[in-house]
Design a protein around this ligand. Structure first.
Ligand code: NAD
Length: 325
């Protein structure tokens, strides 16, 4: 089997590729991988095993349809991670989000259709549902995205659905909650706070810190993607939650404790525009239909993540002070 992974040099995509190449996914042992990644500010070739015999790395853009049409023949499956992924950047400039996430995704699906790729997984987000005060979203909830990032991902989900419905593309969509783990860019909440703590810099907490997110370890997320790739049904959406709802203030305080610091390092800053209050997924479907269950406890996962950043300053130091993060 040969799998093409878009965005495979980013945080989640590279975890998926590393685990796949370590034969960590039952049913995908021995699979060959092509990573297609433009190496935007968020992509890093060093996130992937440099000389692995089953890995081919192609630097290229999903906006480049001729490249996709050239590359895809011979691949059995595509896992589509490539995206602009940071909400704050989408508030500053939404244009590249619409181009990469909507137009780029359409290119990927179009190229899959034209070249006869047998199976496609489109990796999306819980943010397409909007914000929910209580309860949790099933896959049947309407899409009510609030940030330009979420809107561009919702657009890609609808385009994905159209390629299934119109062209019969064998495609499934995953929508996950906030991921955490090693190799995540320092612009994102947990790595930002961890690396600030290591460097003795204050932690900027948006507003009153009451916003609630559900946290999912990247390893659990990628196992869920593998299950959907191998056993998911065409045209179906699968929510992947972590079950760990925490306010941003709770995350900050827990990290402060892990870093042996004092909560006085937490500084309130002006809130994000249009900041969604709460995300919460009902992932009964993937649990009951595909046998998914998260394995990483939040306490252990967070402690391990903190330790990884403490032990790998050479990976993240170049990202600090370089724009966001
Ligand atoms: P990331 O920003 O770490 O990685 C994105 C990767 O895509 C990078 O390697 C980047 O170089 C590449 N890329 C960007 N534009 C490209 C283009 N035009 N052509 C080719 N490659 C391009 O993101 P991530 O956190 O790993 O997220 C991966 C996917 O998961 C995204 O689709 C994101 O929307 C989704 N997701 C992420 C989270 C999360 O918590 N990180 C949560 C829900 C959903």
């Amino acid at each position: 089997m040969r799998v093409l992974v878009t965005g495979g040099a980013g945080f989640i995509g590279s975890h998926f590729v590393r685990t796949l190449l370590e034969d960590g996914y039952p049913g995908l042992e021995g699979a060959a991988v092509t990573v297609l990644d433009s190496l935007s500010y968020a992509g890093n070739r060093a996130n992937l095993p440099a000389e692995h015999p089953r890995l081919e790395f192609v630097r290229g853009d999903i906006l480049d349809l001729p490249l996709l049409l050239d590359l895809l023949p011979g691949h059995d499956a595509v896992v589509h991670f490539a995206a602009e992924s940071h909400v704050d950047r989408s508030i500053d400039d939404a244009n590249v989000f619409v181009r990469t996430n909507a137009e780029g995704s359409q290119n990927v699906f179009e190229a899959c259709r034209r070249t006869g790729v047998e199976r496609v997984v489109h990796v999306s987000t819980d943010e397409v549902y909007g914000s929910i005060d209580s309860g949790s979203w099933t896959e049947r909830e309407p899409l009510l995205p609030n940030s330009p990032y979420a809107a561009s991902k919702a657009a890609s989900d609808l385009i994905a659905r159209a390629y299934w419905r119109t062209h019969g593309l064998n495609l499934s969509i995953t929508r996950c909650s906030n991921n955490y783990g090693p190799y995540q860019h320092t612009e994102k909440l947990i790595p930002l706070f961890v690396t600030n703590l290591i460097e003795g810099i204050p932690l900027p907490l948006y507003g009153d810190g009451a916003n609630i997110r559900e946290w999912l370890h990247v390893d659990d997320h990628c196992r869920a993607i593998c299950l959907v790739l191998l056993r998911g049904a065409a045209g179906e959406v699968y929510n992947v939650g972590g079950g760990n709802e925490r306010t941003n203030r709770e995350i900050a305080e827990r990290l402060v404790a892990l870093g042996g610091a004092d909560t006085s390092v937490i500084h309130r800053v002006a809130d994000r525009l249009g900041h969604d209050l709460r995300y919460a997924l009902d992932d009964t479907k993937i649990r009951e239909e595909l046998g998914y269950a998260p394995r990483v406890s939040f306490e252990q996962g967070l402690a391990d993540t903190f330790a990884w950043y403490r032990d790998n300053p050479a990976w993240w130091k170049p990202l600090k002070g370089n724009g966001r993060g």
